[in-house]
Ligand binder design. Structure first.
Ligand code: MG
Length: 256
């Protein structure tokens, strides 16, 4: 399904997006060494429910996961990159943490992810994070009416390839609207000029992610968390953007 939102619905998406951005910003500030991933999940729950929003994750039960997710946020540490199931783990200095959050507010969803280092950061970790942030910015820069999904894929892939990171094409960006995951799929590499033509009112979540030295994922024994097969560290950056009359508007920035 591909949804084209009305201007009133895009307005709602702006409010959902700001909530997602604000929650991620707040959690980043609180995710210090010693903090448990389950505490972060609890803080996410408080902020989502306190804002009158709904989690897109708690009851999420796709074919690739084991039953309902049952938590409010994805927390992925070091070699974990996608669908990180919060578990009893206290963050340590130097951990590379990814938080991925999608919520529904007033019937419209928004989805975003950030990666950052807890405490002391290595140059290698900062380079991984920078690659995904730069790839996301490159895709947003080419997004607009008349452009193709392949243009965005190509922009992402070009940045990641230049930096020497292998690219996994199994999981990528997606349309979003009254539900979290919709068509079109936006792979993290591809051919410019191919794919679906973007138009005003389309909302897309763009999400470059990388793993050091591999493009192969393995599923953790928890049935959800996806890790790099070689134990290499990982990063993931995501924004939800709205296609406008003359470009693309980032919806999931913190409001302050
Ligand atoms: Mg997403």
């Amino acid at each position: 399904m591909i949804e084209i939102l009305t201007p009133a619905e895009v307005d709602k998406a702006r409010r959902t997006g700001a909530l997602v951005g604000d929650i991620l910003h707040s959690l980043k500030g609180r995710a210090t060494a010693g903090v448990n991933l389950l505490e972060i999940d609890g803080w996410a729950e408080e902020m989502i429910l306190g804002a009158g929003a709904e989690s897109c994750y708690v009851d999420y039960a796709p074919s690739f996961g084991r039953g309902p997710f049952g938590h409010y946020i994805c927390t992925a540490v070091n070699d974990a990159v996608l669908h990180g199931l919060p578990h009893d783990y206290a963050l340590q200095d130097g951990d590379l943490l990814t938080l991925d959050l999608a919520v529904l507010l007033d019937g419209v969803a928004a989805d975003a992810a950030i990666s950052f280092v807890v405490g002391t950061a290595s140059a290698e970790d900062l380079a991984l994070i920078e690659a995904t942030e730069t790839a996301l910015a490159a895709a947003i820069a080419v997004a607009g009416p008349g452009r193709k999904t392949g243009d965005l894929s190509h922009a992402i892939g070009t940045v990641l390839r230049e930096r020497g990171y292998p690219i996994n094409l199994e999981f990528g960006g997606h349309g979003i609207g009254t539900t979290m995951h919709q068509e079109p799929h936006i792979a993290n590499d591809g051919k410019a000029g191919r794919g679906y033509t973007l138009r005003p009112g389309l909302l897309i979540a763009i999400e470059p992610w990388v793993m050091q030295g591999t493009k192969t994922l393995i599923t953790d024994k928890d049935g959800w968390t996806l890790r790099s097969i070689n134990g290499g560290r990982t990063a993931h950056t995501e924004h939800t953007v709205a296609i406008t009359e003359d470009g693309a508007e980032i919806l999931t920035r913190p409001s302050a």
